[in-house]
Design a protein around this ligand. Structure first.
Ligand code: SF4
Length: 662
């Protein structure tokens, strides 16, 4: 009997229509756990490095990680694994919601798509019955709208449905996969789904998931639940409100947005608007937000209610969470929050990433102002009207959103993201794409002095997005020793007590402050800790909001191995789980190196920090690489790979001349 996992994958060849239920080798669970870990191995084994995102050989994998479907609270992530059309590297945008649990209950851990369907289809998985169904009648439908249409068609109101909108159908590189309470947004998973001609995947399952030792599992869970209740009642003092709790940032609960609106950049990640949160705005924005929220909502088996169901004036219902509450207002320099709720509903139906999309639209506005895009680019055609004049900021953004989502006119060039837009337009447009790492849009943040921990997290992590990798370590030094002592006193999540001294010695100013403290070897250890937790989440399915992403979370390195052991029957300790995720991380890195990634790609946007120290940054990177067991090119050494039972990876890297001199 298999425990925690079902042990089965669904293999769907879209080109031939062949569907197979395939038992997975149990040793994969022992060596890579599940979720991202096993998917990376599948990609390594089956997708040659020459493959491009829109080749039929590219796989699109929907994975329900190891503990999803067990009673573990907030364990509900779906890992969507594929090649990104934007970066040409392996992408794994995660989504919450209910979809992954439903897949497990239907009897599968993963759905692996290969090939391309000759027509638009949706997939219906209902326990042992799996169908590829025609979806031509759903072409162009919104990613939220289509969910209800499919449920009605199937007469299955409880089906979990993930779907793309028109942006995915048009292979927009910022296309998301939406599923009601969450979405898989980054790096173009929706574009690959559209390229494969899959409009949606509906799933309903009624089977059980077995636990190896249910009593022990539940005893550990009881401690977790007690801690969740404790943390919900006791926010962390001395930190910003959005960092004081657990779960995804509670943007839909909090209405005070002074910090975001005055510290994040407006427009195309350009302008910091100090003083924006004045008397008028601080009354209007909360009022608008509260009137738009119908109710707060959670993902499967989670008490945190991070998202909200929005219904605002004549705007149809949709869900919203996190910073997307204001990204369109900030991108367009519009001071009325109502605009954001209205345009983001449209963008959600199109199925678009709410972080990157406003930056693409804002860059087009800048290029128009600079005369690099001309009025010809903003003219109408038989299909659509001309763009409103530049002074109509809201109208311009709506017009650009339509062109962008549907790849019409100038939108066809914009739809590849800011990096490729700059390259394709030329005439100096390249420098306007100033906020990317590895060709992917970053948070619109421009700061003062380089932060060494963030420098490493930004530049080296495979998620290519800071919100997906930062976490348990505080974002800034506490001003007073009293605050530091208070913070370290109650810190059971720490992997090792020596980190406490790093925090105690960390000052906001002076010798022990950024950029030269924490020192390079300390930064490497801290970043390694953050990565390890995110990789564990991505293999097991915990929401990072309850584990790797927030300060003092309920799940951590000390209790996750116990939960995995009780659930699966594996005898896993902390060292064991660390080795597993290091294996998957090194395999993942090797996969990207085979696809052409090099040290030269591991750089932040040049203007991310005003005060840089390039020599010191190189030293930081050297130290981190060596700490990870990589050479100074950022390639894992043979010794490191063999330690992780990845000798076959070293062979391949050597054969291709990527790994030299061991
Ligand atoms: S913490 Fe928030 S985002 Fe995470 S599972 Fe719970 S409701 Fe979803």
């Amino acid at each position: 009997m298999r425990y925690a996992e079902t042990g089965y994958d669904l293999e769907i060849d879209l080109s031939t229509g062949n569907i197979e239920r395939v038992e997975r080798d149990p040793s994969l669970t022992e060596t890579l756990l599940g979720g991202l870990g096993i998917c990376v191995k599948t990609m390594w084994d089956r997708v040659p490095p020459e493959t491009k995102a829109f080749d039929p050989e590219n796989l699109l994998i929907f994975s329900a990680p190891l503990l999803v479907g067990t009673p573990a609270m907030s364990c509900n992530r779906t890992a969507v694994v594929t090649l990104s059309p934007q970066t040409n590297l392996l992408a794994y945008p995660m989504m919450g919601g209910f979809w992954a649990a439903e897949l497990k209950y239907a009897g599968y851990d993963r759905v692996i798509f290969r090939g391309k369907s000759p027509r638009l289809v949706y997939i219906w998985i209902h326990n042992d019955k799996v169908e590829i169904r025609d979806a031509e009648h759903l072409r162009g439908k919104g990613a939220v709208e289509v969910r209800e249409l499919i449920r009605e068609e199937l007469k299955e109101p409880n089906a979990a449905v993930c779907a793309i909108g028109a942006a995915g159908e048009h292979r927009n590189f910022l296309a998301s996969i939406e599923q009601g309470r969450s979405s898989s947004s980054r790096l173009g998973g929706g574009a690959v789904m559209g390229d494969k001609n899959i409009k949606a995947i509906a799933v309903r399952g009624t089977k059980d998931i077995n636990l190896a030792d249910g009593a022990k599992f539940w005893a550990h869970m009881k401690d977790v639940i007690d801690y969740i209740n404790y943390r919900n009642a006791n926010p962390i003092p001395d930190v910003m409100t959005i960092l004081s709790g657990i779960g995804s940032p509670q943007e839909m609960v909090h209405t005070d947005e002074k910090w975001h609106t005055e510290n994040f950049m407006w427009g195309n990640a350009r302008t910091r608007r100090r003083g924006f949160w004045d008397e008028k705005i601080s009354v209007e924005w909360p009022k608008t937000q509260l009137s738009a929220i119908k109710r707060l909502i959670s993902c499967f088996n989670c008490p945190q209610h991070c998202g909200a169901l929005i219904s605002f004036r004549d705007v149809p219902r949709f869900k919203q969470k996190c910073f997307t509450k204001m990204t369109y207002c900030m991108g367009a320099y519009v001071d009325d929050l109502a605009f954001n709720f209205s345009i983001s509903q449209k963008a959600t139906e199109y199925g678009l990433d709410g972080f990157g999309t406003p930056q693409c639209l804002a860059m087009a506005v800048e290029l128009r102002e600079a005369g690099i895009l001309t009025e010809e680019d903003f003219a109408g055609t038989d299909e659509y009207p001309p763009c409103p004049p530049a002074e109509d900021k809201e109208g311009t953004f709506y017009w650009l959103l339509d062109r962008f989502a549907l790849r019409q006119g100038i939108g066809d060039i914009m739809a590849d993201g800011t990096y490729w837009m700059g390259k394709r337009i030329g005439k100096g447009a390249e420098v306007y794409a100033h906020n990317t790492i590895k060709k992917h849009e970053q948070l619109p943040l421009k700061l003062g002095t380089i932060d060494p921990i963030y420098y490493l997290m930004y530049t080296t992590n495979e998620k290519i997005s800071i919100t997906q990798i930062e976490g348990n370590w505080p974002q800034a030094a506490f001003p007073t020793m009293e605050q530091r002592e208070r913070f370290i006193k109650d810190w059971p999540q720490l992997p090792d007590d020596h980190f406490k001294q790093y925090l105690l010695d960390w000052e906001p100013r002076g010798e022990n402050s950024i950029p030269y403290y924490p020192k390079p070897h300390m930064c490497s250890e801290i970043v390694d800790w953050m990565e390890m937790l995110h990789n564990i989440d991505d293999a097991t399915g915990f929401c990072c909001g309850m584990s790797s992403f927030c300060l003092k979370p309920p799940y951590h390195i000390h209790n996750i191995p116990k939960l995995v052991s009780a659930a699966t029957g594996m005898d896993l300790d902390e060292a064991g789980i660390k080795k597993i995720v290091n294996r998957s991380r090194n395999l993942h890195r090797a996969f990207n190196l085979m696809r052409g990634m090099t040290r030269a790609d591991e750089v932040p946007p040049e203007d991310h920090w005003k005060r840089r120290d390039h020599e010191y940054e190189e030293k930081l990177l050297d130290t981190y690489y060596l700490y990870k067991g990589w050479n100074l090119d950022g390639v894992p050494t043979r010794e490191r790979l063999e330690e992780l039972d990845l000798g076959y990876v070293a062979d391949e890297l050597e054969k291709r001349g990527i790994l030299k001199n061991g």
